[in-house]
Design a binder for this molecule. Structure first.
Ligand code: IVH
Length: 670
């Protein structure tokens, strides 16, 4: 390509890239996928590498400078960057509107209403359309030159669009870190073992304070403009909202929630609307800024000390407040998980008084390094559960000790346990712990466990609440007489329940082990354990070595079993269950020598009285028999229950041994 052609291609690429950037950030309407944008940028970069003499400082490839600074230099703001007066209530707003109406002697005032972004104020100086300097607000008169860092923010144009912008214009606005970018950045910080940022504003400020622009370039920063400072070569339009419209045409991002509202009524309505939306907005906002829209009227109102009289910031209730951590209590959940709960000096935050916050688990306590007596920052955003965001270490007095979750359950005294790859600490007294008993009993009664017909979740709750049962063993002490005393319990249902409890006593070992609800022991593991150890005593007495020798039993299952059966309370409940008559057929090791059933093929059909078909299958498998779904010449036995299907007839035709339930149970227990 000739140099002219290259120059043309480079110009086209730059224009296209600028225009896509504009569609993406300002119009909020991306035209091409990110991959296509990256492809255009790569093409431009390659051409520029080839022809370095064609590089310009405002090329989209030149956002990130390579050399870090030693320090930031000072910038004097020719027009001071002001702050705003605050309003906290409807009354404050009514007063503000009255002051304006009286000041300008007009009845109805229009206000430009904009979200008050929680980031940091920045001044951008454009000369002949090019970004020549960016500065922080500093103390309002002197800020720091952060041009190199600001250039890395894609939402800020290096060059204004169009032609009719003034020769010099200083645009002011807020650099923010969107919530999604903040969450991602904090995940990365944690992965790298670095401290997470406390909130998006701190993260944005920290990112702009980097001396190395390459670091800033990796941070998800964005920008919205909200006003102008210095302007030369053009007079201001008559309205703030019109000025904002112009900035938008020149390629600057304006908050899409901005509106012009009428009078105090309009201000209050806008507040209600935005407060509702607050949590679903992409950026953190801490209130609303109302500005008199008419610039001539702004001039009449003027300034008081360092804030304009023509604008005000109506604050939302703070979502973060400082308070004292009075104690850390432990709650034991239904599943046995121990949750540390922070008891706080009551504090008004996010619109409610907060006196408790969850600390989740030991990892979170360690991450925050929070200790009793500390001053902490509490955050409550919308309906979200209050969180402790950080500890104000400078306010720590004395030498409070680190906090550790207890070794024993505060509810039942059983040992607690935690595994390396799990965040939760839990109580191992599953059968005894009051906090867990409802869940333990529901699990025990469930279909796949002891299958106690008529004992649903509601009834379990009722039985526990009425104090009729404390543990699963107590279920077997229930009788019709005390059951009928319960609300909504008819004699017939009571009788049925007692009957199904009686029926449930006949079970198989695998089911019994599963129904104890031991952490990480599901049906399959229970079955494996039953097959391997053949008796409950063997399972309860197995040490780690013996447990790990079982196929599919890993260290977590081993540890869970041991800690569970090590708890005196759990053992007692198991003994009581055996004492009330829960029983199962003896298991013979499934070796060909030991069991006459080993290697035999069974088919089970029809309904069995004393056990479900799945139990029958499991019991057979424990004895080394195979269970098949269809009858063939290879079938050795067909077990026939009530209402058998065609399988029974086929078995008879083929001359296969047919067993009724009685004969079958005898075979199992011999
Ligand atoms: S106008 C004279 N508009 O709030 C008006 N400020 O307390 C000066 N802020 O440091 C600012 N969002 O960083 C204005 N939509 C908005 C704003 C906003 C956030 C910040 C700004 C300033 C502080 C004033």
């Amino acid at each position: 390509m000739t140099n002219k052609k290259n120059q043309q291609r480079i110009d086209t690429l730059r224009e296209e890239l600028d225009s896509h950037n504009y569609s993406y950030y300002v119009l909020d309407n991306p035209e091409i996928p990110d991959s296509e944008y990256d492809r255009l940028l790569r093409e431009l970069d390659e051409l520029e590498q080839q022809y370095p003499e064609l590089i310009t400082t405002n090329s989209p490839t030149q956002r990130v400078g390579a050399t870090p600074l030693d320090s930031f230099s000072e910038v004097q703001h020719e027009i001071p960057m002001l702050s705003l007066g605050n309003a906290f209530s409807e009354q404050d707003m009514t007063d503000f509107d009255r002051r304006i109406r009286e000041g300008v002697e007009k009845k109805n005032i229009e206000y430009a209403a904009e979200p008050k972004l929680d980031g940091l104020a920045i001044s951008l100086l454009y000369e002949n359309g090019l970004l020549v300097r960016a500065a922080t607000r500093g103390d309002g008169r002197t800020g720091e030159d952060v041009t190199l860092n600001i250039r890395t923010i894609d939402a800020i144009p290096l060059k204004l669009r169009g032609e009719n912008y003034p020769a010099v214009i200083e645009i002011r606005g807020e650099v923010v870190m969107p919530k999604s970018g903040f969450d991602k950045l904090n995940r990365q910080q944690l992965e790298k073992g670095e401290k997470p940022f406390v909130n998006p504003r701190n993260a944005a400020a920290g990112s702009l304070r980097q001396l190395d622009p390459q670091v800033t370039a990796t941070r998800p920063l964005s920008f919205y403009s909200y006003g102008v400072g210095l302007i030369k070569g053009m007079s201001l339009p008559n309205k703030h909202s019109v000025m904002m419209g112009k900035l938008k045409l020149w390629g600057l991002r304006i908050n899409p929630e901005s509106r012009v509202v009428k009078g105090v009524k309009g201000c209050l309505e806008y507040y209600e609307q935005l407060a509702k939306k607050r949590n679903s907005l992409p950026d953190e906002i801490d209130g609303i800024v109302y500005k008199v829209d008419d610039i001539k009227l702004q001039g009449i109102m003027g300034f008081v000390s360092r804030a304009p009289r023509w604008a005000i910031a109506r604050k939302f209730p703070a979502q973060e407040e400082m308070t004292k951590l009075l104690a850390i209590d432990i709650q034991v959940g239904r599943t046995g998980a121990l949750t540390p709960v922070a008891r706080l000096q009551p504090v008004f935050v996010g619109g409610v008084t907060v006196s408790n916050a969850t600390l989740h688990n030991q990892d979170e306590i360690d991450r925050l390094d929070v200790r009793v007596g500390d001053t902490v920052i509490v955050r409550r955003a919308g309906d979200v559960i209050p969180q402790i965001v950080s500890v104000v270490k400078s306010k720590r007095t004395g030498k409070p000790r680190r906090f550790y979750l207890p070794d024993t359950c505060p509810v039942c005294g059983s040992e607690t346990a935690r595994f390396d790859d799990e965040a939760v600490t839990f109580c191992t007294g599953g059968l005894f712990c009051e906090a867990q008993r409802k869940e333990a009993i529901k699990h025990f009664a469930s279909r796949r466990a002891m299958n106690i017909d008529g004992l649903g979740d509601k009834l379990v709750e009722q039985l526990v609440d009425e104090g009729l049962i404390h543990t699963i063993a107590d279920l077997y002490q229930l009788n019709v007489e005390n059951l009928v005393k319960l609300e909504r319990m008819a004699e017939k249902s009571a009788k049925n329940l007692v009957a199904s409890l009686e029926k449930s006593k006949k079970t198989i070992l695998a089911r019994f082990v599963f129904s104890l609800g031991i952490h990480s022991i599901g049906e399959t593991t229970a079955q494996t354990l039953a097959n391997h150890f053949t008796t409950l005593e063997n399972i309860m007495g197995a040490d780690e070595e013996k447990l790990l020798a079982v196929a599919d039993v890993g260290p977590i299952v081993a540890e869970n079993l041991m800690t569970f059966f090590n708890q005196e309370h759990n053992r007692e409940v198991v003994e009581q269950l055996i004492a009330v008559g829960i029983n199962w057929p003896k298991i013979k090791k499934k070796s060909a020598n030991d069991s006459p059933l080993a290697g035999k093929t069974f088919v089970v059909t029809g309904t069995l009285e004393t056990m479900g078909r799945n139990d029958a299958k499991a019991a057979l498998q424990e004895l080394g028999a195979k269970v098949s779904g269809s009858v063939s010449k290879k079938t050795d036995y067909v077990v026939v229950g009530e209402n058998p299907g065609s399988k029974a007839t086929k078995a008879a035709d083929l001359g296969i041994t047919i067993l009724d339930e009685k004969a079958f149970t005898k075979l199992l227990t011999q």
